[in-house]
Design a protein around this ligand. Structure first.
Ligand code: SF4
Length: 430
């Protein structure tokens, strides 16, 4: 970064702090994407002005959208890469060294299982308030908290207020995940530096019978887990599915969805499925799975698990989310669709959603700090209608006009829909 700053100042010695900050950001992003030298990015010119330099750099950084985009939609924050926060991508088993048990949860079955699973860990009592763990997202797996959820168990899906709503409802099965997806919002959102798992899910399930749920465009309300964690990634430990499946089996007027990237389906297979219980996998192109969804099973393994649970009586869901634009992305995503069509039982697929990569401004900074070699952020992201960053309307429409008809043609019985999208875009696609 210092090298970039020095070079820009050699071209424009009198540049103020804020102007320098914007140009450093643009040059950094171009260099990261194109791997070219500084003089190639910003050729030296006598008497080069800030306005001319910024225009040249914006044109290079946003070749697709520069001409059609208002200047205030290009987000150019200070570049602030902290190497101490870089993600640790060394594979290791999940074995927390410190485990906090909230007062009142000591005798619960999950606590007992955790004690048996991690006998070498240090167990401490937790009052429900004390900050725990190291203030570094990459070290969250070292600390586990077993708690008694009191309030935040059930809520409507908090999709952007201006996005088209699909009426989803969420139950909270904990916080934290052992995968490392480069785009995961938890790395910016999670303020407890640990994995948090509720021990009293059964207590809360009883409340579901008294709730009037939204159902959106679906025939029955959909309730899901998997917002603040992957629904099944800890299921071998939590056995939440053992409680959830029988509970929802008795409530056919509701549909329950587990959302996962894992292959942790043993508990589900033991219990046996039901039509109103949908096991959904997040799927992507092989390139993105391999390079940006660290520690997750490959597509073939996810699809194998999907076939297993379908045989056991569950229905299936798939989420092409987030779709990421890169050179050759259409061929890669078409291959994923083809692979799915080759192995999956068509009549078991309930729904497929599609959404392009979007993130908050804060998450952008966290992604580039934790994954400095990422390729996800090489795309042209603009500030959008709800304050999030997205590809431009033109680029998102290109994705949807390619993928939605392909999915509808390949899986004619599945409900295919857009997730967290601008209603205007949704109108154009339907
Ligand atoms: S699987 Fe989901 S929760 Fe886990 S890291 Fe990836 S995006 Fe985050």
């Amino acid at each position: 970064m210092q090298q970039i700053e020095n070079y820009i100042l050699s071209c424009m010695p009198k540049l103020g702090v804020n102007k320098l900050r914007e140009l450093v950001r643009l040059v950094y992003e171009i260099q990261k994407r194109d791997r070219i030298s500084l003089p190639e990015i910003l050729p030296f010119e006598k008497n080069l002005s800030f306005e001319t330099a910024k225009k040249q750099l914006l044109q290079k950084r946003y070749p697709v959208n520069f001409k059609t985009t208002a200047r205030d939609r290009f987000y150019l924050p200070k570049l602030d890469l902290d190497p101490s926060l870089k993600a640790d991508l060394t594979p290791r088993p999940f074995y927390p060294h410190t485990i906090y048990i909230e007062t009142g949860a000591e005798q619960m079955p999950l606590t007992q299982r955790v004690r048996q699973r991690f006998p070498k860990a240090t167990f401490l009592e937790w009052d429900g308030k004390m900050q725990v763990g190291e203030k570094n997202f990459s070290r969250r797996l070292e600390t586990l908290v077993i708690h008694r959820e009191k309030y935040d168990f059930l809520k409507p899906c908090p999709c952007s207020c201006a996005a088209a709503c699909c009426g989803y409802n969420l139950i909270n099965l904990g916080f934290g995940c052992r995968f490392e997806c480069e785009y995961c919002f938890l790395q910016q959102y999670q303020n407890l530096h640990a994995v948090l798992l509720p021990a009293n899910v059964e207590e809360f399930l009883q409340k579901i019978d008294h709730v009037a749920f939204r159902k959106g465009p679906f025939d029955r309300p959909r309730i899901g887990s998997g917002e603040f964690t992957d629904s099944l990634v800890f299921d071998d430990l939590t056995h939440y599915s053992e409680m959830l499946v029988p509970f929802f089996r008795q409530r056919p007027h509701l549909q329950f969805e587990f959302k996962t990237k894992s292959t942790q389906v043993e508990e589900l297979l033991k219990i046996g499925g039901q039509k109103n219980i949908v096991i959904s996998w997040s799927v992507n192109s092989e390139y993105i799975t391999k390079n940006a969804e660290h520690f997750t099973p490959p597509l073939a393994a996810r699809l194998h698990s999907a076939c297993e649970v379908a045989k056991a009586g569950y229905r299936l869901g798939f989420h092409f989310d987030p779709v990421i634009i890169y050179e050759g992305y259409q061929e890669d995503y078409a291959r994923t669709v083809e692979h799915m069509a080759d192995v999956l039982p068509q009549d078991k697929i309930a729904w497929i959603s599609v959404g392009t990569l979007r993130f908050s401004r804060e998450l952008k900074k966290m992604m580039e700090t934790r994954f400095p070699d990422n390729t996800l952020l090489n795309g042209e992201f603009l500030l959008d209608f709800d304050g999030k960053m997205r590809y431009s309307d033109i680029q998102r429409l290109e994705v949807y006009r390619f993928l939605i008809p392909l999915l509808r043609k390949t899986f004619p019985k599945a409900y295919v829909y857009l997730c967290m999208e601008d209603p205007v875009i949704v109108q154009k696609i339907h």
